[in-house]
Write a protein that binds this ligand. Structure first.
Ligand code: 13P
Length: 247
């Protein structure tokens, strides 16, 4: 069975003081049963937020594909693990588009995470021009094939995939529940083609892109939508928790 997850990607927002207030507010709210909550603060905030968090998992938004050494400004998985963190985002569209992370680099990060026993949320999703050209399925399938579908079965069942159409990120323009469900159903089908139905059933597929309290319920109603990766709306404890209660 796929897990139900609602994750907040804080991106490059919040000072340490703001982050502490947010995790403190979340700690004082009742989380829904059966839904795992994760937050992904900026690296600088991670150790303190992780120390203060009560029941909410804390992950990193990014890590280096290299093990250690002369990579100024980068953070290794060893360093991530030494802060007690065991989950990371890989391949967010902002990493792909702004920082030029290629299929090859993302594949290296996936392999590095597996070797270091760190769980990950693998992000995929098409830009607007690809959707307008009607090529979104081929595009997303290629992202998965190039960087993810080489991993062993045993790791795939534990994998979380986040579908985030780039045109819906931070734009207020959400994919319709039908558009999200159609892509998620395809992602599960492609996983099944490579790994079989049993593995495909276990893979958790999150939707991300302008997901808010007002639309989460409809989006999460999709049979293949197992939760959300939330950007802007995760910066408020109330709206993040309301989304988590939307199942
Ligand atoms: P928004 O929810 O702000 O559109 O961001 C989505 C996202 O990119 C989460 O990773």
């Amino acid at each position: 069975m796929a897990r139900k997850i609602v994750a907040g990607n804080w991106k490059m927002n919040l000072t340490l003081q703001d982050g502490v207030k947010l995790i403190d507010a979340l700690n004082h709210m009742k989380a829904p049963e059966g839904v795992e909550l994760i937050v992904f603060p900026s690296h600088m905030l991670v150790p303190e937020i992780n120390r203060l968090s009560n029941g909410i998992e804390v992950g990193v938004q990014n890590f280096s594909e290299h093990t250690e050494g002369a990579y100024t400004g980068e953070t290794s998985l060893d360093q991530v693990k030494s802060c007690g963190v065991e989950v990371a985002l890989i391949g967010h569209s902002e990493r792909r588009q702004i920082f030029g992370e290629s299929h090859e680099v993302l594949k290296m990060k996936v392999n590095h995470a597996l070797a270091e026993d760190v769980n990950f949320v693998f992000c995929c999703g098409e830009p607007l021009e690809i959707r307008e050209a009607g090529s979104e399925y081929a595009f997303v399938k290629a992202q998965l094939e190039e960087s993810l579908f080489h991993i062993p079965d045993v790791n795939m069942s534990n994998t979380v995939i986040a579908y985030e159409p780039v045109w819906a990120i931070g734009t207020g323009r959400t994919a319709t529940a039908q558009q999200a469900e159609e892509m998620h159903a395809n992602i599960r089908k492609w996983v099944a083609e490579v790994y079989g139905e049993d593995v495909a059933k276990d893979v958790t597929i999150l939707y991300g892109g302008s997901c808010k309290p007002g639309n989460a319920n409809e989006l999460f109603a999709g049979a293949n939508v197992d939760g959300g990766l939330i950007g802007g709306a995760s910066l408020s404890a109330e709206s993040f928790m309301e989304i988590a209660r939307s199942f």
